[in-house]
Structure formats: structure tokens, C-alpha cells
Design a binder for this molecule. Structure first.
Ligand code: ATP
Length: 346
């Protein structure tokens, strides 16, 4: 069983607190994505699990073994990192075979695994090429093949698809997900690409400033952000937030409209709604359209509600003009509320 347990892991680089007390369990065969903005600590956490970095405090367990005192090679993991190290003087075949030969597998087994993973990553035609003669994206696929060929209990990946063009990236996303689902591997995958995270993960851990803010299924993260940060980070565009004044009895004044919300003594809450969760052409809220962004399947309207920017997504067939005032109606069951003091969802 390759369950990973991260217990109270913290990391300081001099005065920089890269990680504050991280606690997380990654279940056997689970695919967990660490997602967050640049500098939030994703790579540091991955490197600590891999053994390439030492935590300032805390423990890392894989299965029933505490591994934070072990060398990387003794942890039973394979890694694909951003600065993937493929050996330029070896052929692609020999690069993928490298770890298998070190593990003293039979030549027929080496051959089987190299062929299988090369075919999964669409690099069969490159097997005889020296890795120094490959493009960045091709080298990246060699690195992923080499990790998969080890059939490891745990695989750690840091932005493994970042050098691929958009189409190949989309294809690889789906393939990698299905390959990892078929194997018995537990995966931790770092990215700052939320589409990659949403489409691949069993669970996404959203990180901000060295902390995990929420770890949940992609749908849960999207529909029920646990904190303002999550709602403002996930979604393209992200949620709209408006200040809501307490009108008593669970009623809240948002712009010029009273909306039913939580019972609370707080004078102000934050009202949040996703741009696609709004009916247009009905309702008593009004917004002024400032800019249209036609995106093919839909049109994004950058509006103002009073002085506050507010985005609305409409069907691309709908005729809307800049300067127009639109009546809007946020879908009641999609409205979320946040405490402005704690920034947490209510
Ligand atoms: P990115 O997406 O840009 O790779 P990240 O989320 O992976 O970012 P980390 O690389 O984990 O972020 O960095 C977390 C914080 O720790 C940052 O503030 C970074 O500057 C700092 N940091 C990382 N490595 C070191 C180091 N070796 N020495 C000092 N500070 C470091």
C-alpha cells in the first residue's frame, strides 16, 4: 500500500517560510494535484517528499515506513521534474531503460517496458535518437516514459507537460491520466495550470503562501470553495465578489437588491457568484456592460455593478452592446457567502 502521509511538515529557507505545517494524506492509488500560484510552495513540498530537500520539521510516511530520513533512491518513488534530466549522450531507448537496467530487470522485460511507455507517450519513432537531438517537449516525454517504465508505487511529477504545445498537452493529459489510473501508482502532480488540475485530479490541494487552503475533488473545489482565495483562484474568469450589508432576518443588501442569505450578526458579508451562474434579462440587479469578449462557445461580459467590476457569461448568440444596462439574476442555489474577517466560506 503506497499511502503517503505528510505530517506537520514545515520548511524555512532562511527567513522565508516556504511551508507552514502541512498535513495531508494521499490515499493508495490516488491522483492528487498540488495547485497554486508561483512561489506558494508546491515544488518545495514535492521535493521534500522526494527527498531532494529536507523539511525543517515534520514527517513523511509512505505506507508504514517513515521515509524522511531515507535517501531518494530508497523511497520507492519515481520523479519527473521541470528540469527533467535526460542523458543527452544516451539514446531515447537507453534513457528509458536506464533505471530498469539499474534494477537488473531481464532484457526482455526492459524491452517490453520501454516499448510500452514509449508508445504511450508517442515517442516510439524517436527511440534510436540521441536525447541531445530532441526538442524540449520530446525530452519531457522521454522523462515521463522513464518514470512510468519503473512502474513505481509512487510517482511525483512537477509540471511534466509544461513544454508541450496546447494540442499535445491536451492529448497527453488524457493519456497520462488513463495510464496512471490503470497502474497501481499513487501520484502527486504539481501544476499551476488549473485546467490540467481540474481534468486530471482525483483531488486538488489548493496551496497559498505555504499552506493547503482546501483539498477536495475538482467539482467540490469549483462549486464550494472553502475560502475566498479558492473562489478567486479557480475558474476562468474566477468568482465575482460583492460586499453585502446585513438587512436583518437573513436578508442581505447586495448592490440595490435584497438577497436571502445566512442568518448572521455580522454587519457585512461577502456575496460570491460565478459569472456563468447568472440569468441575464431578468431580476432586479443591474450591471452596465463595459467590454465584450467573444470566446466562441460563449461571450464574456466585463461589467460594473456600481463601482465594482462584475463578470457575466452569456450565450454567444445573445446580442449585447457595450454601454447597455442588463438586468441580472444570480441563481440562488449557486450563491456562496464568505466571512470577510476570516475569508472562509459560511
Ligand atoms: P513555481 O510554480 O514558481 O515553481 P512553487 O509554488 O513551486 O513555485 P517553491 O519553488 O516551492 O514554489 O517556492 C516556495 C517559496 O520558497 C518561494 O518563496 C521561493 O522563493 C522559496 N524558495 C524555494 N527554494 C528556495 C531556496 N533553495 N532558497 C531560498 N528560498 C527558496
Amino acid at each position: 500500500m503506497a499511502e503517503i502521509n505528510i505530517k506537520n511538515v514545515a520548511k524555512q529557507f532562511g527567513k522565508t517560510h516556504a511551508l507552514h505545517s502541512i498535513d495531508m494524506t494521499i490515499k493508495h492509488q490516488e491522483f492528487v494535484v498540488l495547485l497554486g500560484a508561483s512561489g506558494c510552495g508546491k515544488t518545495t513540498l514535492l521535493r521534500i517528499i522526494a527527498g531532494l530537500e529536507t523539511a525543517t520539521s515534520g514527517e513523511v510516511w509512505i505506507g508504514d515506513k517513515r521515509v524522511d530520513g531515507l535517501a531518494p533512491k530508497d523511497r520507492g518513488i519515481a520523479m519527473v521534474f521541470q528540469n527533467y534530466a535526460v542523458f543527452p549522450h544516451l539514446t531515447v531507448y537507453e534513457n528509458i531503460a536506464f533505471g530498469l537496467r539499474m534494477a537488473k530487470l531481464s532484457e526482455s522485460e526492459v524491452e517490453r517496458r520501454v516499448q510500452r511507455t514509449a508508445s504511450l507517450m508517442h515517442i516510439e519513432q524517436l527511440l534510436k535518437r540521441y536525447s541531445g537531438q530532441l526538442s524540449g517537449g520530446q525530452r519531457q516525454r522521454v522523462a515521463v516514459s522513464r518514470a512510468l517504465a519503473m512502474e513505481p508505487d509512487v510517482i511525483l511529477m512537477d509540471e511534466p507537460l509544461s513544454n508541450l504545445d496546447a494540442l499535445l498537452r491536451m492529448e497527453m493529459r488524457a493519456e497520462l491520466k488513463s495510464v496512471l489510473a490503470e497502474s497501481n501508482t499513487t501520484t502527486i502532480y504539481v501544476t499551476h495550470d488549473q485546467v490540467e488540475a481540474m481534468s486530471m485530479a482525483d483531488r486538488i490541494a489548493i496551496m497559498d503562501q505555504g499552506q493547503i487552503v482546501q483539498a477536495d475533488s475538482p467539482v467540490e473545489i469549483y462549486r464550494n470553495p472553502a475560502a475566498h482565495f479558492v473562489g478567486s483562484f479557480i475558474g476562468n474568469p474566477p468568482m465575482n465578489f460583492l460586499s453585502a450589508n446585513n438587512a436583518g432576518n437573513g436578508q442581505w443588501l447586495v448592490g440595490n437588491t435584497t438577497i436571502a442569505g445566512p442568518q448572521s450578526d455580522k454587519p457585512i458579508l461577502e456575496f460570491a457568484i460565478r459569472p456563468e451562474d447568472i440569468r441575464v434579462g431578468e431580476g432586479s440587479m443591474t450591471v452596465e456592460v463595459r467590454l465584450l469578449e467573444p470566446l466562441g462557445s460563449h461571450t464574456l461580459l466585463a461589467c460594473r455593478l456600481g463601482d465594482t467590476p462584475f463578470r457575466v457569461i452569456v450565450d454567444s448568440d445573445r446580442a449585447v452592446k457595450v454601454g447597455e444596462t442588463l438586468a441580472i439574476d444570480p441563481i440562488a442555489e449557486r450563491i456562496r457567502w464568505f466571512d470577510p474577517d476570516t475569508q472562509l466560506a459560511l
